[in-house]
Design a protein around this ligand. Structure first.
Ligand SMILES: Nc1ncnc2c1ncn2[C@@H]1O[C@H](COP(=O)(O)OP(=O)(O)OP(=O)(O)O)[C@@H](O)[C@H]1O
Ligand SMILES: [Mg+2]
Ligand SMILES: [Zn+2]
Length: 701
């Protein structure tokens, strides 16, 4: 309703000016058309209300130089179609006013110009005029069927219900908001963290004439202005923008005037401090949503962990959201696991990988490694074997990283060997092989990374090289990462000491411990977060931190860590179909429907080529060669076993009440053979000895 009213005065002014000048202004056709669809979107009561305006507009339109808006516009394509659809306000309202047809002025300024694109926006809008029906909308954009979950998400938005849409990478989240966006003459705002993600979608939409624009930094002044014009005039139904935009109150007020009925947060895990991709600018969004009068909100992400989902819901204040969490099957991906145990593990992995890569069908390939050092080593190993391979991790200078990424994206580099720093925004369609050199930390992480393969729908293989030794490394990692209340408290103290008058501005924490600590400090009332300029964080630090909340969250985080560990262990070493295991993990009950190979459980023959004759590469002191675990490292299996034992020993108390990580490390290192030796270890006291000595000695023995 406000839309029609808002657009009315401007449009009348323009039409009057046009009548005065006597020269037809093709751009106005589009505005008239937009007003017409706004009119149609009104309810019958609203139409009665707005009738006088509609009549005035109808008269002015009829009297335009060159005739009514669309009647004479031969070859105006979809625009003419939209205009001649019948039921427009012109035909409903113009009866009373017979103001002569082509009045006044000279010949129109080429009516054929009507069909050309809007200057600066570059497309001819093709408005959807039908009812808010998912199937009609799908047909409108020319697709044959919904993928799992899409219909539910679209319906929720059309019905004005909030939703959290969790679908795997490449699963089709964009459609979930694009369709409702196109359905309504009010505005849909889509917030996305990367210009690359937006511009790709925008291009596809506008190529087909769908009314969408983007407003982002890095665009020319002119393009931005054109976008704003389209936005304000009602010409655009979807606007893509980056979260930074919401720092501008003016920007929000432009949206507010236009009237927003759907607010979409794409890559919504950027809102969650638990996640890797946490982006402080996303913290602006809840405030903006309120200011926009609380439109329907849709949050979309591929990250499915409970913690992240919970945080998204909380921060956005989603109201009883529809949880769309399905469509996890990726039929064109196959999932293989190759298990390794004991001494020959590394050679085995190497042989399998090198063999696989002799197959040109398995390139381009991404090899994910657990550590930066492994990245460099594996990339070196591949180059030694004659491949074009480069490593990519967060320790590289950013221009180097960008260079490697670019080379991989444009096809000049076949193989990228990367840590999980290589991820979001990587939209390369034709990746044929994603190999994990080591166990990832969770099934979520694995599926997201493996899911970067085969976005073009053609077959792509995912291979996990799983070694038992990795499991203990994962356990170790898990316990290291498990955050102790004391760590959180000390992080809070650090914030307090750095704050001035209780306020502090800082970079977004990069390291996992700090990020988790900050997340917990905030939840326990120790800090409030707000975005600051250029992606920094504005932190208001409170003196008090509620220790009980801290304890509880630490415990929950730990439980989550262990659940994640058990899930990835079950995936790698279980004996049920990998695809089934993945689908179950994500709560997708549908039948998997592979279009080719399913997994190694279904077909144990991986079918990779044998490697070329393996070159021995060690010795020669070149460094970077394969390194067997040194005998004086604390034995990871022993440590792992102790950690597992501690979890049980602690029952439902925090694990550190049994023993700290450092104590367990020391025990694994020393491997005491009797109570005396055990008691000599720092952190082991009489109470510990009395309760646990037998257990522990048995484990390390
Ligand atoms: N119902 C459908 N029918 C046919 N193609 C579809 C359908 N839904 C989505 N697609 C196509 O699938 C591809 C991936 O969709 P989309 O980009 O929305 O994935 P996504 O879930 O946003 O993934 P990411 O997490 O990587 O952003 C696109 O090329 C899109 O056009
Ligand atoms: Mg997406
Ligand atoms: Zn299978």
């Amino acid at each position: 309703m406000p839309l029609f009213h808002d657009a009315f005065p401007d449009l009348v002014r323009e039409l009057e000016r046009e009548a005065r000048d006597g020269v037809r202004e093709p751009q106005l056709d589009l505005l008239v058309n937009a007003a017409r669809s706004h009119w149609k979107a009104l309810s019958p009561e609203q139409q009665i209300d707005a009738r006088p305006m509609a009549e005035a507009l109808g008269a002015l339109t009829k009297a335009r130089p060159g005739g009514p808006a669309t009647a004479g516009a031969a070859g105006a394509g979809s625009y003419a179609k939209a205009g001649s659809n019948g039921g427009s306000y012109v035909s409903e309202a113009s009866g009373s006013n017979g103001a002569g047809a082509s009045s006044g002025g000279g010949p129109s300024r080429s009516a054929s110009a009507v069909g050309t694109s809007v200057p600066g926006v570059g497309y001819e809008p093709h408005f959807y005029e039908g009812p808010p029906d998912p199937d009609l909308l799908l047909a409108h954009i020319g697709l044959a069927g919904f993928r799992p979950g899409q219909r539910e998400a679209v319906t929720a938005a059309l019905e004005g219900r909030d939703s959290l849409v969790v679908m795997p990478t490449g699963g089709g989240k964009s459609l979930c908001y694009q369709l409702p966006g196109l359905a309504s003459s009010r505005l849909t705002v889509v917030v996305s963290p990367l210009v690359a993600l937006m511009s790709d979608q925008l291009r596809r939409l506008t190529e087909d004439g769908h009314p969408a624009v983007m407003i982002a930094s890095g665009m020319t002044e002119e393009d931005n202005r054109a976008s704003f014009d389209a936005l304000r005039s009602g010409l655009a139904r979807i606007v893509f923008c980056s979260p930074e935009r919401f720092a501008s109150s003016w920007f929000v007020s432009v949206l507010e005037q236009r009237g927003v009925d759907l607010f979409v947060i794409d890559e919504a895990h950027c809102l969650a401090e638990w996640g890797h991709d946490f982006r402080p600018d996303y913290l602006r969004l809840p405030v903006a949503i309120e200011r926009l009068g609380r439109p329907t909100v849709m949050a979309a992400t591929a990250t499915a962990t409970e913690a992240v989902a919970g945080e998204i819901i909380d921060r956005l204040g989603l109201r009883d959201p529809e949880m769309v969490r399905s469509g996890f099957d990726r039929p064109n991906l196959s999932f293989d696991v190759a298990g390794f145990e004991g001494k020959g593990t590394k050679d085995g992995k190497r042989a399998l990988l090198l063999g696989a890569l002799t197959d040109p069908e398995l390139k381009p390939a991404i090899i994910y490694c657990g550590t930066r050092k492994d990245c460099e080593e594996v990339a070196g190993m591949l180059r030694d074997d004659g491949h074009e391979a480069a490593h990519y991790h967060a320790g590289l200078p950013s221009d180097r990283r960008a260079g490697v990424q670019r080379a991989f994206m444009d096809g000049s580099l076949d193989i990228i060997v990367a840590t999980n720093a290589f991820g979001m925004g990587v939209d390369k369609a034709d990746v044929r092989f994603v190999c994990h050199w080591a166990m990832p930390t969770s099934v979520e992480a694995y599926y997201q990374e493996a899911g970067r393969g085969g976005r073009d729908g053609a077959p792509s293989r995912a291979l996990l090289l799983a070694s038992r030794a990795d499991l203990s490394r994962l356990i170790h990692f898990n316990t290291q990462r498990a955050i102790e209340p004391e760590t959180v408290a000390s992080y809070h103290r650090r914030l307090l000491s750095r704050a001035q008058d209780g306020v502090l501005e800082m970079e977004r924490p990069e390291n996992d411990d700090d990020r988790t600590s900050l997340a917990i400090v905030e939840r326990a009332g120790g800090a409030r977060l707000a975005p600051a300029a250029s992606g920094r964080l504005h932190v208001t630090v409170e003196r008090r931190l509620d220790p009980r909340t801290v304890d509880q969250i630490c415990r929950e985080a730990k439980d989550r860590g262990w659940r994640a560990y058990r899930a990835i262990e079950a995936y790698a070493f279980g004996d049920t179909c990998r695809r089934r295991t993945l689908l179950d993990h994500f709560g997708d009950r549908t039948e998997g429907a592979p279009i080719g190979r399913c997994c190694d459980v279904h077909d144990p023959d991986l079918g990779f080529n044998p490697p070329k004759a393996l070159k021995k590469r060690k010795s020669s002191g070149s460094g970077g060669g394969a390194q067997e675990p040194s005998p004086n490292n604390p034995a990871p299996e022993v440590y792992a076993a102790l950690v597992v034992w501690r979890r049980e020993a602690a029952a439902d108390k925090p694990a550190y009440t049994v023993a700290t990580n450092r104590t367990l490390e020391a025990i694994a290192d020393v491997r005491p053979t009797n109570e005396l030796e055990l008691g000599a270890i720092k952190g082991v006291g009489p109470a510990f000895l009395e309760k646990f000595a037998d257990d522990v000695l048995e484990i390390v023995g």
